[in-house]
Design a protein around this ligand. Structure first.
Ligand SMILES: [Zn+2]
Length: 358
Protein backbone atom coordinates (compact mmCIF):
# COMPACT_ATOMS: atom_id res chain seq x y z
CA UNK A 1 0.00 0.00 0.00
CA UNK A 2 1.18 3.46 -0.78
CA UNK A 3 0.01 7.00 -0.18
CA UNK A 4 -1.76 7.11 -3.53
CA UNK A 5 -4.52 4.76 -2.33
CA UNK A 6 -7.93 6.10 -3.24
CA UNK A 7 -10.21 7.44 -0.51
CA UNK A 8 -12.70 4.60 -0.98
CA UNK A 9 -9.96 2.03 -0.50
CA UNK A 10 -9.00 3.74 2.72
CA UNK A 11 -12.60 3.76 3.93
CA UNK A 12 -13.09 0.12 3.12
CA UNK A 13 -9.87 -0.64 4.88
CA UNK A 14 -10.92 1.21 8.03
CA UNK A 15 -12.69 -1.81 9.48
CA UNK A 16 -12.10 -5.46 8.81
CA UNK A 17 -14.55 -8.31 9.15
CA UNK A 18 -12.88 -11.31 10.73
CA UNK A 19 -13.53 -14.36 12.87
CA UNK A 20 -13.15 -13.91 16.59
CA UNK A 21 -12.47 -16.66 19.10
CA UNK A 22 -12.86 -15.67 22.72
CA UNK A 23 -10.24 -18.17 23.95
CA UNK A 24 -12.80 -20.15 26.00
CA UNK A 25 -15.06 -21.80 23.47
CA UNK A 26 -14.18 -23.15 20.06
CA UNK A 27 -16.98 -21.17 18.51
CA UNK A 28 -16.11 -18.58 15.89
CA UNK A 29 -17.88 -15.21 16.06
CA UNK A 30 -18.05 -12.75 13.25
CA UNK A 31 -16.62 -9.44 14.38
CA UNK A 32 -15.52 -6.07 13.08
CA UNK A 33 -11.94 -5.06 13.81
CA UNK A 34 -11.13 -1.39 14.11
CA UNK A 35 -8.11 0.58 15.21
CA UNK A 36 -8.61 3.58 17.44
CA UNK A 37 -5.70 5.37 19.02
CA UNK A 38 -3.58 2.72 20.68
CA UNK A 39 -6.55 0.35 20.93
CA UNK A 40 -7.92 -2.41 18.77
CA UNK A 41 -11.72 -2.66 19.02
CA UNK A 42 -13.38 -6.01 18.36
CA UNK A 43 -17.11 -5.53 17.94
CA UNK A 44 -19.83 -8.07 17.12
CA UNK A 45 -23.00 -9.64 18.40
CA UNK A 46 -22.54 -9.79 22.20
CA UNK A 47 -18.87 -8.90 21.67
CA UNK A 48 -17.17 -5.68 22.64
CA UNK A 49 -13.55 -6.09 23.45
CA UNK A 50 -10.73 -3.55 23.51
CA UNK A 51 -7.07 -4.49 23.63
CA UNK A 52 -3.86 -2.51 23.40
CA UNK A 53 -2.47 -2.76 19.87
CA UNK A 54 1.05 -3.32 21.10
CA UNK A 55 -0.03 -6.25 23.26
CA UNK A 56 -1.39 -8.11 20.26
CA UNK A 57 0.84 -10.77 18.71
CA UNK A 58 0.65 -9.80 15.09
CA UNK A 59 1.42 -12.55 12.61
CA UNK A 60 4.76 -12.94 10.88
CA UNK A 61 3.20 -13.56 7.58
CA UNK A 62 3.93 -15.44 4.42
CA UNK A 63 2.95 -13.86 1.14
CA UNK A 64 -0.39 -15.62 0.86
CA UNK A 65 -2.23 -17.34 3.64
CA UNK A 66 -4.41 -17.07 6.68
CA UNK A 67 -3.71 -14.19 9.05
CA UNK A 68 -4.03 -14.87 12.78
CA UNK A 69 -3.41 -12.36 15.58
CA UNK A 70 -3.34 -13.56 19.19
CA UNK A 71 -4.95 -11.27 21.73
CA UNK A 72 -3.57 -10.53 25.18
CA UNK A 73 -5.33 -12.58 27.84
CA UNK A 74 -6.44 -15.24 25.35
CA UNK A 75 -8.49 -15.36 22.21
CA UNK A 76 -7.62 -14.53 18.68
CA UNK A 77 -8.87 -12.97 15.48
CA UNK A 78 -8.28 -14.53 12.10
CA UNK A 79 -9.23 -14.32 8.45
CA UNK A 80 -8.47 -16.19 5.25
CA UNK A 81 -8.91 -12.96 3.30
CA UNK A 82 -5.24 -12.06 3.50
CA UNK A 83 -5.57 -9.27 0.95
CA UNK A 84 -8.23 -7.46 2.98
CA UNK A 85 -6.20 -7.99 6.16
CA UNK A 86 -3.05 -6.53 4.60
CA UNK A 87 -4.99 -3.56 3.18
CA UNK A 88 -6.54 -2.90 6.58
CA UNK A 89 -3.17 -3.06 8.31
CA UNK A 90 -1.48 -0.86 5.73
CA UNK A 91 -4.28 1.72 5.93
CA UNK A 92 -3.37 2.17 9.56
CA UNK A 93 0.30 2.52 8.92
CA UNK A 94 1.07 -0.98 10.06
CA UNK A 95 3.66 -2.31 7.63
CA UNK A 96 5.63 -5.47 7.56
CA UNK A 97 9.01 -5.56 9.13
CA UNK A 98 11.88 -5.15 6.68
CA UNK A 99 12.88 -8.76 7.11
CA UNK A 100 9.46 -10.05 6.15
CA UNK A 101 9.35 -7.74 3.17
CA UNK A 102 12.78 -8.85 2.05
CA UNK A 103 11.88 -12.49 2.41
CA UNK A 104 8.91 -11.86 0.17
CA UNK A 105 10.81 -10.01 -2.46
CA UNK A 106 12.28 -12.21 -5.15
CA UNK A 107 14.55 -9.37 -6.07
CA UNK A 108 16.09 -9.39 -2.61
CA UNK A 109 16.42 -13.17 -2.65
CA UNK A 110 18.11 -13.00 -6.02
CA UNK A 111 20.41 -10.24 -4.84
CA UNK A 112 21.55 -12.25 -1.83
CA UNK A 113 22.22 -15.29 -4.02
CA UNK A 114 24.27 -13.13 -6.38
CA UNK A 115 26.15 -11.71 -3.41
CA UNK A 116 26.91 -15.23 -2.21
CA UNK A 117 28.14 -16.25 -5.65
CA UNK A 118 30.30 -13.13 -5.90
CA UNK A 119 31.73 -13.80 -2.45
CA UNK A 120 32.52 -17.40 -3.31
CA UNK A 121 34.02 -16.26 -6.59
CA UNK A 122 36.27 -13.81 -4.79
CA UNK A 123 37.31 -16.44 -2.26
CA UNK A 124 37.90 -18.99 -5.01
CA UNK A 125 39.81 -16.77 -7.37
CA UNK A 126 41.76 -14.67 -4.96
CA UNK A 127 41.65 -15.78 -1.35
CA UNK A 128 41.49 -19.51 -1.89
CA UNK A 129 44.89 -20.02 -3.54
CA UNK A 130 46.52 -18.07 -0.72
CA UNK A 131 44.56 -20.02 1.88
CA UNK A 132 45.47 -23.26 0.11
CA UNK A 133 49.17 -22.35 0.07
CA UNK A 134 49.08 -21.84 3.82
CA UNK A 135 47.09 -25.03 4.42
CA UNK A 136 49.30 -27.11 2.11
CA UNK A 137 52.46 -25.78 3.78
CA UNK A 138 51.01 -26.73 7.15
CA UNK A 139 50.05 -30.25 6.04
CA UNK A 140 52.74 -32.77 6.96
CA UNK A 141 54.14 -34.83 4.07
CA UNK A 142 52.99 -37.93 5.95
CA UNK A 143 49.39 -37.02 5.10
CA UNK A 144 50.26 -36.95 1.39
CA UNK A 145 51.86 -40.38 1.70
CA UNK A 146 48.95 -42.06 3.47
CA UNK A 147 46.41 -40.42 1.18
CA UNK A 148 48.43 -41.56 -1.86
CA UNK A 149 48.61 -45.11 -0.53
CA UNK A 150 44.88 -45.41 0.08
CA UNK A 151 44.10 -43.86 -3.29
CA UNK A 152 46.44 -46.28 -5.09
CA UNK A 153 44.81 -49.20 -3.28
CA UNK A 154 41.37 -48.00 -4.41
CA UNK A 155 42.55 -47.52 -7.98
CA UNK A 156 44.23 -50.95 -8.05
CA UNK A 157 40.99 -52.50 -6.87
CA UNK A 158 38.87 -51.00 -9.58
CA UNK A 159 40.92 -49.94 -12.57
CA UNK A 160 44.29 -51.66 -12.65
CA UNK A 161 45.92 -55.01 -13.26
CA UNK A 162 49.59 -55.95 -12.77
CA UNK A 163 51.81 -54.63 -15.54
CA UNK A 164 52.63 -56.99 -18.38
CA UNK A 165 55.78 -55.10 -19.31
CA UNK A 166 58.93 -57.11 -18.75
CA UNK A 167 61.14 -56.18 -15.83
CA UNK A 168 63.82 -55.24 -18.34
CA UNK A 169 61.49 -52.85 -20.15
CA UNK A 170 60.40 -51.27 -16.86
CA UNK A 171 64.04 -50.80 -15.81
CA UNK A 172 64.94 -49.30 -19.19
CA UNK A 173 62.20 -46.64 -18.88
CA UNK A 174 62.96 -45.91 -15.25
CA UNK A 175 66.71 -45.50 -15.71
CA UNK A 176 66.23 -43.15 -18.67
CA UNK A 177 63.88 -41.13 -16.49
CA UNK A 178 66.26 -41.23 -13.51
CA UNK A 179 69.05 -39.92 -15.71
CA UNK A 180 66.92 -37.00 -16.85
CA UNK A 181 65.95 -36.07 -13.30
CA UNK A 182 69.56 -36.29 -12.18
CA UNK A 183 70.44 -33.78 -14.88
CA UNK A 184 68.11 -31.27 -13.25
CA UNK A 185 69.06 -30.95 -9.61
CA UNK A 186 68.65 -34.26 -7.83
CA UNK A 187 68.84 -32.76 -4.36
CA UNK A 188 65.90 -30.47 -5.02
CA UNK A 189 63.50 -32.77 -6.83
CA UNK A 190 60.60 -34.25 -4.89
CA UNK A 191 60.62 -37.88 -3.84
CA UNK A 192 59.08 -40.20 -6.44
CA UNK A 193 58.43 -43.88 -7.05
CA UNK A 194 57.55 -45.13 -10.52
CA UNK A 195 55.11 -48.04 -10.85
CA UNK A 196 53.65 -49.65 -13.96
CA UNK A 197 50.13 -51.02 -14.34
CA UNK A 198 48.03 -52.55 -17.07
CA UNK A 199 44.92 -50.44 -16.97
CA UNK A 200 41.29 -50.24 -17.97
CA UNK A 201 41.67 -46.56 -18.80
CA UNK A 202 44.04 -46.81 -21.71
CA UNK A 203 47.25 -44.83 -22.12
CA UNK A 204 47.71 -42.62 -19.08
CA UNK A 205 49.95 -41.52 -16.24
CA UNK A 206 49.31 -39.76 -12.95
CA UNK A 207 51.03 -38.82 -9.74
CA UNK A 208 49.48 -39.48 -6.34
CA UNK A 209 50.15 -37.39 -3.25
CA UNK A 210 53.25 -38.72 -1.54
CA UNK A 211 55.21 -39.39 -4.73
CA UNK A 212 53.90 -42.50 -6.47
CA UNK A 213 53.73 -42.01 -10.23
CA UNK A 214 51.64 -44.58 -12.07
CA UNK A 215 52.31 -45.20 -15.76
CA UNK A 216 50.12 -47.55 -17.77
CA UNK A 217 51.40 -50.24 -20.13
CA UNK A 218 49.11 -48.73 -22.75
CA UNK A 219 50.96 -45.41 -22.63
CA UNK A 220 54.30 -47.17 -23.12
CA UNK A 221 52.85 -49.06 -26.10
CA UNK A 222 51.25 -45.93 -27.56
CA UNK A 223 54.67 -44.29 -27.96
CA UNK A 224 56.50 -47.54 -28.79
CA UNK A 225 58.53 -47.29 -25.59
CA UNK A 226 60.12 -43.97 -26.61
CA UNK A 227 61.87 -43.01 -23.35
CA UNK A 228 62.16 -39.35 -24.32
CA UNK A 229 58.40 -39.03 -24.66
CA UNK A 230 57.82 -41.01 -21.47
CA UNK A 231 60.34 -38.81 -19.66
CA UNK A 232 58.41 -35.71 -20.75
CA UNK A 233 55.21 -37.18 -19.23
CA UNK A 234 56.97 -38.24 -16.03
CA UNK A 235 58.53 -34.79 -15.71
CA UNK A 236 55.05 -33.25 -15.96
CA UNK A 237 53.87 -35.54 -13.17
CA UNK A 238 56.92 -34.67 -11.09
CA UNK A 239 55.86 -31.04 -11.49
CA UNK A 240 52.51 -31.89 -9.88
CA UNK A 241 54.41 -33.55 -7.01
CA UNK A 242 56.72 -30.55 -6.66
CA UNK A 243 53.71 -28.27 -6.18
CA UNK A 244 51.76 -30.86 -4.15
CA UNK A 245 48.84 -30.27 -6.49
CA UNK A 246 46.89 -33.29 -5.29
CA UNK A 247 46.78 -32.12 -1.69
CA UNK A 248 46.25 -28.53 -2.82
CA UNK A 249 43.19 -29.49 -4.84
CA UNK A 250 41.74 -31.37 -1.86
CA UNK A 251 42.33 -28.39 0.40
CA UNK A 252 40.62 -26.06 -2.04
CA UNK A 253 37.63 -28.33 -2.47
CA UNK A 254 37.39 -28.77 1.29
CA UNK A 255 37.67 -25.06 2.06
CA UNK A 256 35.19 -24.10 -0.62
CA UNK A 257 32.82 -26.80 0.61
CA UNK A 258 33.10 -25.53 4.20
CA UNK A 259 32.52 -21.91 3.25
CA UNK A 260 29.46 -22.59 1.16
CA UNK A 261 28.13 -24.92 3.86
CA UNK A 262 28.56 -22.18 6.42
CA UNK A 263 26.88 -19.57 4.26
CA UNK A 264 24.09 -21.86 3.19
CA UNK A 265 23.61 -23.21 6.69
CA UNK A 266 24.10 -26.83 5.73
CA UNK A 267 26.86 -28.61 7.58
CA UNK A 268 26.94 -31.75 5.56
CA UNK A 269 30.08 -33.82 5.30
CA UNK A 270 32.85 -32.14 3.41
CA UNK A 271 35.94 -34.27 3.77
CA UNK A 272 34.41 -37.73 3.87
CA UNK A 273 34.77 -38.09 0.13
CA UNK A 274 38.39 -36.91 -0.07
CA UNK A 275 39.87 -39.85 -2.01
CA UNK A 276 36.99 -39.81 -4.47
CA UNK A 277 37.37 -36.05 -4.89
CA UNK A 278 41.04 -36.49 -5.67
CA UNK A 279 40.07 -38.64 -8.62
CA UNK A 280 37.01 -36.79 -9.82
CA UNK A 281 38.26 -33.25 -9.72
CA UNK A 282 40.74 -32.01 -12.25
CA UNK A 283 43.79 -29.90 -11.73
CA UNK A 284 43.27 -26.26 -12.61
CA UNK A 285 44.66 -24.89 -15.87
CA UNK A 286 47.22 -23.00 -13.80
CA UNK A 287 48.40 -26.22 -12.13
CA UNK A 288 48.65 -27.96 -15.51
CA UNK A 289 50.68 -25.10 -16.90
CA UNK A 290 53.03 -25.13 -13.91
CA UNK A 291 53.56 -28.86 -14.41
CA UNK A 292 54.31 -28.27 -18.09
CA UNK A 293 56.84 -25.59 -17.14
CA UNK A 294 58.47 -28.05 -14.77
CA UNK A 295 58.51 -30.72 -17.47
CA UNK A 296 60.22 -28.33 -19.86
CA UNK A 297 62.92 -27.61 -17.27
CA UNK A 298 63.67 -31.32 -16.93
CA UNK A 299 63.71 -31.82 -20.70
CA UNK A 300 66.13 -28.93 -21.19
CA UNK A 301 68.44 -30.08 -18.42
CA UNK A 302 68.49 -33.56 -19.93
CA UNK A 303 68.95 -32.25 -23.49
CA UNK A 304 65.73 -33.82 -24.65
CA UNK A 305 63.78 -31.99 -27.38
CA UNK A 306 60.64 -30.27 -26.00
CA UNK A 307 58.87 -31.58 -29.09
CA UNK A 308 58.89 -35.00 -27.40
CA UNK A 309 55.81 -33.88 -25.52
CA UNK A 310 54.18 -32.75 -28.76
CA UNK A 311 54.76 -36.26 -30.11
CA UNK A 312 52.70 -37.62 -27.26
CA UNK A 313 49.87 -35.14 -27.78
CA UNK A 314 49.80 -36.14 -31.44
CA UNK A 315 49.64 -39.84 -30.61
CA UNK A 316 46.84 -39.27 -28.13
CA UNK A 317 44.88 -37.16 -30.62
CA UNK A 318 45.37 -39.85 -33.26
CA UNK A 319 44.06 -42.47 -30.92
CA UNK A 320 41.08 -40.35 -29.88
CA UNK A 321 40.12 -39.78 -33.50
CA UNK A 322 40.18 -43.55 -34.03
CA UNK A 323 37.83 -43.77 -31.10
CA UNK A 324 39.77 -46.37 -29.12
CA UNK A 325 39.83 -47.18 -26.43
CA UNK A 326 36.47 -45.71 -25.66
CA UNK A 327 36.80 -42.28 -24.17
CA UNK A 328 36.11 -41.63 -20.51
CA UNK A 329 32.48 -42.65 -20.44
CA UNK A 330 32.07 -45.20 -17.70
CA UNK A 331 31.59 -43.67 -14.26
CA UNK A 332 34.58 -45.48 -12.73
CA UNK A 333 36.85 -43.87 -15.31
CA UNK A 334 36.08 -40.42 -13.98
CA UNK A 335 37.96 -41.64 -10.91
CA UNK A 336 41.06 -40.45 -12.70
CA UNK A 337 40.29 -36.88 -13.62
CA UNK A 338 43.81 -35.95 -12.58
CA UNK A 339 45.45 -38.38 -15.02
CA UNK A 340 47.56 -36.97 -17.80
CA UNK A 341 45.53 -38.06 -20.80
CA UNK A 342 42.07 -38.05 -19.26
CA UNK A 343 40.94 -34.76 -20.68
CA UNK A 344 41.45 -33.18 -24.07
CA UNK A 345 44.68 -31.29 -24.47
CA UNK A 346 44.21 -27.66 -25.32
CA UNK A 347 46.08 -25.92 -28.09
CA UNK A 348 47.91 -23.66 -25.63
CA UNK A 349 49.70 -26.59 -24.05
CA UNK A 350 50.82 -27.96 -27.41
CA UNK A 351 51.99 -24.51 -28.51
CA UNK A 352 53.95 -24.15 -25.27
CA UNK A 353 56.11 -27.20 -26.10
CA UNK A 354 56.23 -26.45 -29.82
CA UNK A 355 57.60 -22.96 -29.29
CA UNK A 356 60.09 -23.93 -26.60
CA UNK A 357 63.70 -23.77 -27.69
CA UNK A 358 65.63 -27.01 -27.08
ZN1 LIG B 1 48.81 -32.74 -15.24
Amino acid sequence: MTTVDSASDTLRAATLTASYFDGQSAKAHTAQLQFSGDQLHIVGENIARNVKIRDVQWPERTRHGRRIAHLPGGGLVQTDDWAAWDAWQAAHGRHDSLVVKMQQSWRAVLASILLLVALLGAVYGWGLPILADVAVAATPQAIDVSLGESTLAAIDDSLMLPSQLSATEQRRIESAWQQAVDALAPAKTPRWTLVFRKSRIGPNAFALPGGTIVMTDELVKLVDGDTQVLTAVLAHELGHLEHRDGIRMLVQVAVLGSISSMLLGDFSTVLAAAPALLGQAQYSRAAEHQADVYSLRVLKAAHIAPSSMVKLFDKLAEQRSQGKPKAIEKPEDTLLGIAFASHPTDADRIAFFKQAQP
